[in-house]
Design a protein around this ligand. Structure first.
Ligand SMILES: Cc1ncc(COP(=O)(O)O)c(C=O)c1O
Length: 445
């Protein structure tokens, strides 16, 4: 029986299924398994095998993974504080902060209106500006936004020509692939994103392709870098038992107490806010990070309990992928020819389909309506659509000055942040839910 109080939500532990919840419950009563255990190594090995890379080193988030990569680059490649890192606007502060925490200077590159990834022309321009100022950038970090692979053909070439160390931000893109033929390799096979640069990192946080609430993986084929990453993992140490308990409680409370009663006189919503304010549950992004500061649970290694949750999700990657693709195609078919401008996937590439992002002049109103319309109005409410990203650096209350972002420096990103919204593709969205989402959107055709 469908639960009428439970929203159709893009967020709120989207990937969690009953087996994940039972596993979290099982772990909750076995604290001796929380910090150390064999599953950390098993996850790292399985991940490296899957990706076809030599080294995979786990951390407690994509943020810690990126921090570790940049720190390792300071040891292996002489990256120094104040050096510039090129990265794209239309992103999350989680992708910027690790660079700020190490004293690096983020230089923002605009994105493409078509696929939300780095705009190649603007990248070339920003490289030249840095050179003209006598401070050539050292690092280029490319993001595969919403799981649509960036044009690695061009990016790899530009990185080589300009002596830039290439890092891939694959936080959205586990499973996405790009044709290697285009980067001059002999075969036409697709290569997984995360394998093109000096290093890459993935996120297993709550809204990503797979999730263990907080988790991440740094990957590389470079032995020296890997050694340095491994040392960083040891130095960072494990998060506290309190923090691990917060993460284990997350799927359990969401599944049994928050989501089923979300709209029952707002009880679920109240429980969610209360549990976060009282630190029973963690937040995805802390208030400190919105000001460029570092919370004390970063950078840290991945605890064994979360590696166990991640392994359980990793085993379901294909199932998740097929489901996401099916929903993506469904939305594309149903919204074709409407006022919604659909995401573009180049033929021959494989996306991870994390979110179905559309453009619409009234995007913010649609998001607002989807969150706020009372039951009965428009008849298709109780839907929580995605707001990635309603500002150039999300979440919306991130202090752009502390991120070093100058208004007007990335116009496409600024425009996109006004006209985009995303639809859910995760495993808990059933065909009926997708149908209701499409019907809701038809009010804005
Ligand atoms: C584009 C992007 N990069 C990096 C990250 C950092 O990942 P994590 O949340 O695991 O720290 C995120 C997610 O927050 C992200 O959206």
């Amino acid at each position: 029986m469908p639960n009428k109080f439970k929203p159709i939500s893009i967020s709120l532990s989207p990937n969690v299924e009953k087996d994940d919840v039972l596993l979290a419950l099982n772990l909750l009563i076995r604290p001796w398994k929380w910090k150390q255990g064999k599953e950390i190594e098993i996850l790292e090995k399985e991940f490296a095998n899957y990706l076809g890379v030599k080294h995979a080193v786990s951390f407690n988030s994509g943020r810690s993974s990126l921090y570790a990569i940049l720190k390792a680059l300071s040891e292996v490649e002489g990256l120094k504080s104040k050096d510039s890192i090129l990265l794209q606007a239309f992103t999350c502060n989680a992708a910027i902060n690790p660079a700020l925490w190490l004293g690096l200077n983020p230089v923002y590159v605009d994105c493409s209106q078509e696929n939300f990834n780095m705009n190649i022309e603007d990248l070339k321009k920003k490289i030249d500006i840095q050179k003209a100022q006598g401070k050539p950038a050292k690092v280029l970090m490319v993001q595969h936004t919403f799981g649509l692979p960036a044009n690695m053909d061009e990016i790899v070439k530009i990185a080589k020509e300009n002596n830039l160390i290439l890092i891939e931000d694959c936080a959205h893109a586990l499973g996405a692939e790009f044709s290697t033929k285009k980067v001059g390799l002999p075969t036409e096979a697709l290569a997984k994103v995360g394998t093109f640069g000096k290093a890459g990192f993935f996120s297993f946080s709550r809204d990503k392709v797979i999730s263990c609430v907080y988790g991440g993986m740094a990957v590389t084929n470079d032995d020296n870098l890997a050694r340095s990453l491994r040392q960083a993992q040891g130095k960072f140490s494990q998060p506290s038992l309190f923090w691990i308990k917060q993460q284990l409680l997350h799927p359990i409370l969401l599944y049994y107490f928050i989501l089923p009663f979300y709209n029952f006189f707002n009880l679920g919503k109240i429980i969610l806010v209360f549990t976060q304010v009282s630190h029973i549950l963690s937040k995805a992004v802390s208030w400190k990070e919105k000001k460029g500061q570092m919370p004390d649970y970063f950078p840290k290694a991945l605890p064994n309990a979360l590696a166990i949750l991640a392994l359980n999700q990793f085993a379901k990657l294909d199932k998740f992928y097929n489901h996401r693709k099916k929903l993506f195609e469904y939305y594309a078919k149903e919204l074709a020819g409407s006022k919604f401008v659909l995401p573009k996937i180049e033929t021959g590439y494989k996306a991870s389909y994390l979110r179905f992002t559309v453009k619409h002049p009234d995007a913010h109103k649609i998001i607002y309506d989807s969150w706020h319309l009372p039951r009965g109005k428009a008849g298709k409410e109780n839907i929580l659509l995605g707001d990635w990203y309603t500002t150039v650096i999300a979440p919306f209350d991130t202090k752009l000055e502390t991120m070093n972002y100058k208004n007007g420096s990335c116009l496409n990103a600024e425009i996109l942040s006004q006209i985009t919204l995303n639809l859910p593709t995760h495993i808990n969205i059933k065909e009926k839910d997708a149908e209701r989402i499409v019907n809701f959107l038809k009010n804005y055709k």
